[in-house]
Design a protein around this ligand. Structure first.
Ligand code: C2O
Ligand code: CU
Length: 434
């Protein structure tokens, strides 16, 4: 197997004494007490997919559909997924984006497992111990595989639902050949009923969502609840590549439209044929963006005041760099492109801080596997509202973000730009426990 042994000296760091093998860091084989075993088989195969626009695309799919089948579990369940590759030549894996699985379940080819070749399979097992909205995607040549359709949504519900939600709707956005595919175009639920929208951006560029016709609350970001969310209206939410936001609202007497980048994509109606009211004609592209750094109620923030054991600075740029011993045009971190970027070495229990500096003219959605990161500041300004845990945050041109995480999940973890072509062009490195 390709699984990397941490003692193999593969990274440029000093020799370490650990004999940890990533491939051995596997999930449990049983649910938590009272939980269920949720078994799925996902078969990766090529298929023609009809988009909501009516266009047909030659997609790479799980089970013939894109998005792939939704995986739903309850907190404490064991999720067990057998990935079968039917005919995706290069190979396929399943990465559980935002889910802090044991490293051997993380689905990174040549790092945590071999890519699954046609005719082969691999079984993933992990506990559903994070409630919220997540997604899964191949991590094998993901700049091709995800774009062609190898993705789906993972939703984990709490054992006891805090609110009665009449309509709980997953809205994954994905663009095929320039055609934005938003699944599920029209829904009816009674006036007054609670609606939860789970917005998922599976693209490589940010997407701007706006809810026309109702106030709403953002109750979770990247699967994690916010504290005391306020009601807002006539604001847009911007999701980084890979990001999720959960919105909640009470269905009004007139119809509501969810706009994606200014276009009405999903309709929610209080009854069949209910009037559109103003919603159909509202122009949302000028609405201001909701500022998550001042949203929600201030509460004590873990990690923020702790002294970091490790500090890393990542300067993101683009240009000529040494990549694997040769000069190449690359998306770079500290002047180098993958695989020439040194690993970041941490120890279990460390508080690790990253300062991410974007010196380029493009947005870089920064993503760490295996750990949520706490946002400490954006351009020097700390969040004033709810603690904000994200797994992917957009570092726009010229911005500086400080984030922190606690190293509690040993292994080797990708730390990369989630603009997947950028990652392919060099913008990725590893965090590695010594
Ligand atoms: Cu969403 Cu490294 O992945
Ligand atoms: Cu990037």
């Amino acid at each position: 197997p390709a699984a990397t042994d941490i003692t193999d000296g593969g990274g440029p760091g000093p020799a370490r004494g650990s004999t940890l093998s990533v491939a051995d860091l596997r999930g449990p084989d049983a649910p938590a007490p009272g939980g269920a075993r949720r078994t799925h088989v996902l078969t990766a195969r090529k298929a023609a997919v009809r988009l909501p626009s009516g266009a047909d695309v030659h997609a790479w799919t799980f089970d013939g559909v894109a998005p792939g089948p939704q995986i739903t579990a309850t907190e404490g369940d064991l999720i067990e997924v057998r990935l079968v590759n039917h005919d995706i030549d290069g190979g396929v894996t399943l990465h559980w984006h935002g889910y802090d699985v044991p490293c051997g379940e993380d689905g990174v080819p040549d790092l945590t497992q071999d890519g699954v070749k046609p005719g082969a399979s691999f079984v993933y097992r992990f506990r559903a111990d994070q409630v919220g909205t997540y997604w899964y995607h191949t991590h094998h040549a993901s700049h091709i595989g995800v774009l062609r359709g190898l993705y789906g949504v993972l939703v984990v519900k709490p054992r006891v639902e805090p609110d009665i939600v009449a309509l709980d709707l997953v809205v994954p956005v994905h663009t095929f050949n320039g055609d934005a595919a938003v699944a599920g175009v029209e829904h009816v639920t009674a006036a007054g009923a609670m609606v939860r929208l789970r917005l998922v951006n599976t693209d490589s560029d940010p997407r701007r969502f706006a809810l026309a016709g109702t106030p709403f609350r953002v109750v979770a970001v990247d699967g994690r609840d916010l504290s005391g969310p306020d009601e807002t209206s006539r604001t847009a939410v911007r999701l980084p590549a890979g990001g999720r936001h959960d919105l909640v609202f009470a269905m009004p007497e007139t119809s509501v439209a969810l706009h994606v980048d200014g276009v009405a994509a999903v309709w929610l109606r209080p009854g069949p044929g209910a009037p559109d009211g103003e919603t159909a004609v509202q122009e949302t592209s000028g609405w201001p963006e909701l500022d998550l750094l001042s949203y929600g109620t201030p509460v004590p923030v873990p990690l923020r005041d702790e002294v970091a054991n490790r500090n890393f600075t990542l300067v993101l740029d683009r240009g000529l760099a040494m990549v694997d011993g040769f000069p190449a045009f690359a998306q770079t971190v500290n002047g180098r492109g993958h695989p020439s970027i040194p690993d970041e070495l941490v120890a279990e229990g460390d508080v690790v801080r990253f300062t991410v500096v974007n010196r380029s003219l493009e947005t870089h959605p920064w993503h760490l596997h295996g750990h949520p990161v706490l946002i400490l500041s954006r351009n020097g300004r700390p969040p004033s509202g709810s603690p904000l845990w994200m797994d992917t945050f957009d570092v726009r041109p010229g911005e500086v973000w400080e984030v922190a995480f606690r190293a509690t999940n040993p292994g080797i973890w990708m730390n990369h730009c989630h603009n997947l072509p950028h990652a392919h062009q060099g913008m990725m490195l590893h965090v590695r426990y010594d």
